[in-house]
Design a protein around this ligand. Sequence first.
Ligand code: CTP
Ligand code: ZN
Length: 161
Amino acid sequence: DDHDHHDGNADHELRVSKIQDGTVIDHVHGGQALNVLAILGIDGSEGEEVSIGMNVPSDRLARKDIVKVEGRELSQDEVDVLSLIAPDATINIVREYEVIEKHRVERPDVVEGVLSCPNRGCITTGDEPVTSRFEVLEDGVRCAYCETIVRDEIASLIETN
Ligand code: CTP
Ligand code: ZN
């Protein structure tokens, strides 16, 4: 790796064990790890094997969170929503302990069916099923139906099914 070394220095400081097969979501802004889990629908109740580091030292960010999910690769939809709360995240696909794929998240133009509008009067929050649709702005998201803009509390809009 040409730009940095191990975040937080040498191997002996590795705080969260390596995984065998799955996904490492790295360089998540400090404090967002639980929101990452919410987006992935992980609450531990289904026996998912997950390791989390919170507010660990990082070269690239002052402090970062890291989430390692064993036995799971993420869908593009999940990655798109992750980008809203973790814009600098790196997604690492691990197989047999090796990182076989690494990519940065990219903010999508639109997210559908994953966030719920905070406006109680919005057509998407009524009884008739209307799939939510938010346009992604530089600094937040805007409901495509009622134009409500949410900037800071995006994670709180995540639909928990
Ligand atoms: N990782 C892991 N299990 C593995 C392999 C890697 O948990 N079997 C983790 C590493 O601890 C690291 C991340 O996945 O947090 C990315 O691994 P790697 O690409 O080897 O590290 P870096 O080169 O430091 O990554 P970057 O350049 O993205 O910072
Ligand atoms: Zn709305």
